[in-house]
Design a protein around this ligand. Structure first.
Ligand code: GDP
Ligand code: MG
Length: 307
């Protein structure tokens, strides 16, 4: 195609979408469904200042970057007010806002407080009534009317994030509304690895960051167990495999200090990535198959058999 022709078709779009809503309305379920059930590790440099990039997806020539605004609810105490203020500051930077409402809970106190403040944000806003699988149609229509009387939403969608209903329309709308501009994330950064291996990657990164000088050997991390808890948190067990006892000692550190610090760093980042509280248990094991390792033989004063 000659340069300069058909530039509209070639133009890309890209934008940040703040997913706003009270706790438990289905924000995480929605973002996961839109990005294909996958979380994304991205370098922090192009994130909006205070929000966490939760997922990225592409629709046609538009890149959609979803940012999370955790902690939006009706604040009662001083600390709660501070948290809510920070969450709103993050939302303000986005190009579009999606208000997720649990259709069954309707406009309860939390969502009511959010509607009041959302009115002050300038970007286009979509109303998303979620969990329509639980609610009768007439109720949905009434709710859509009430909410639209409060704020001039640019569009209203009725979806079930859990069942995947109505998502294509919402995605297409977002793709049309994000501003023209180059993609902020190269396609190869839009990891489609499952959460278990992303979590292992995070821990491996923390391990290398802390111990890169002392641990010059190959080490691997595997997520062995991933168990959703009744309280909404996840219990994750990972094993760090090293090749020698001397490396195991380095990873553990004096009195277990090194592994504690690595575990704490990793736990925080994994929790942010998946949007859930995380209990992380790290184990350090020497990988079997050391018999292939000449170093091991040397340590034991043996000759490595060449065949
Ligand atoms: P968040 O706190 O807003 O991120 O909410 P979550 O995405 O964690 O969802 C809260 C709960 O609502 C979870 O148990 C979800 O499975 C459930 N949920 C989310 N979307 C739907 C939906 O469309 N229908 C139904 N029935 N449940 C949903
Ligand atoms: Mg969530």
């Amino acid at each position: 195609m000659p340069e300069g022709t058909d530039s509209a078709a070639a133009a890309t779009r890209c934008g940040f979408i703040a997913v706003i809503g009270a706790p438990n309305v289905g924000k995480s379920t929605l973002v996961n469904a839109l990005v294909g059930g996958k979380v994304t590790i991205v370098s922090p440099k192009v994130q909006t200042t205070r929000s966490l990039v939760r997922g990225i997806t592409v629709d046609g020539r538009a890149q959609l970057i979803f940012v999370d605004t955790p902690g939006l609810f009706a604040p009662r105490r001083r600390l709660e007010r501070a948290m809510v203020t920070i969450a709103w500051a993050g939302a303000k930077d986005a190009d579009l806002a999606v208000l997720v409402v649990d259709a069954k809970r309707a406009l309860d106190a939390d969502t009511d407080a959010i509607l009041d403040r959302l009115a002050n944000l300038a970007m286009p806003k979509a109303l998303v009534l979620n969990k329509i699988d639980l609610v009768a149609k007439p109720v949905l229509l009434a709710l859509a009317c009430t909410a639209n009387e409060r704020i001039g939403f640019s569009a209203t969608f009725m979806i079930s994030a859990l069942k995947g209903e109505g998502l294509a329309d919402l995605k297409a709308w977002l793709a049309r509304e994000v501003p023209l501009g180059p993609w902020l994330y190269p396609e190869d950064q839009m990891s489609d690895a499952p959460p278990r291996s992303l979590a292992a990657e995070v821990t491996r990164e923390k391990l290398l960051l802390r111990l890169h000088q002392e641990l010059p050997y190959r080490s691997t991390v595997e997520t062995e167990a991933w168990k959703e808890q009744p309280d909404g948190s996840v219990r994750i067990e990972q094993t760090i495999y090293v090749e020698r006892e001397s490396q195991r000692k380095i990873v553990l550190g004096k009195g277990g200090q090194a592994i504690k610090a690595i575990g704490s760093d990793a736990r925080k980042e994994i929790a942010e990535l998946i949007g859930q509280r995380v209990h992380l248990f790290l184990f350090v094991k020497i990988r079997e198959g050391w018999a292939d390792d000449p170093e091991r033989y040397r340590e034991m004063g043996l000759e490595f058999p060449r065949e």
